[in-house]
Design a binder for this molecule. Sequence first.
Ligand code: E4P
Length: 214
Amino acid sequence: MAVLLDSASVDDAATAAELGFVHGITTNPALMARETKQPLAHLERLLAAFPSGPVCYQPARTSYAEMDDEARAASSLATDRVVAKLPATLDAIKLAAALTDDGIRCALTAVYSPAQALLAHEVGCVWVIPYVDRAARQSVGGLVVVDALAAILARLQSSTRILAASLKSGPQVVDAILHGAHDITAPLEVLRSLPAHPLTEAAVQEFAAAWTEA
Ligand code: E4P
């Protein structure tokens, strides 16, 4: 299992790098737009702030030629680390096949159906990325989507992994894994909240008080 940070903030990336349990970063054009007008230059800063592991970069534009140019430019910054993250459209799946043939790792994102996962497997994507909370907000059932992706990929004995995204709380992270996601990506505040439990906090207070009183 791998835990990734879902953010394009350099500060978040540097903080996550120190946590010890974060394996990489996912970004998307909306997250990038909050930070920069020059996403490729910004990607270099993210790679420096988070010095090892995969960084998923999603092209801002959506035509085949534009995605191709942007994905290859992103990959050229660190071929061993940058994963081209592409929306699960026909053009993007075709592009993922071409990029994978050229040694560029790809992930299909905004995945909501087993058919999309099946094609991700066929073209050799490393990840399919379902949006759990977005699906739940549309009454699609975010965990139902994860169940379906897990079933089809298991049936195919696929090496394509499920990276659950759009996770807004610790319980949603845990549920995604319980429903068959291999890996998760979440914002920094969600990752930092994962160990929080009132009884743990109470125990810490109790032990600290005992030590002070002794
Ligand atoms: C995943 O890689 C996306 O960046 C993200 O999780 C999308 O969903 P959200 O906008 O609901 O967080």
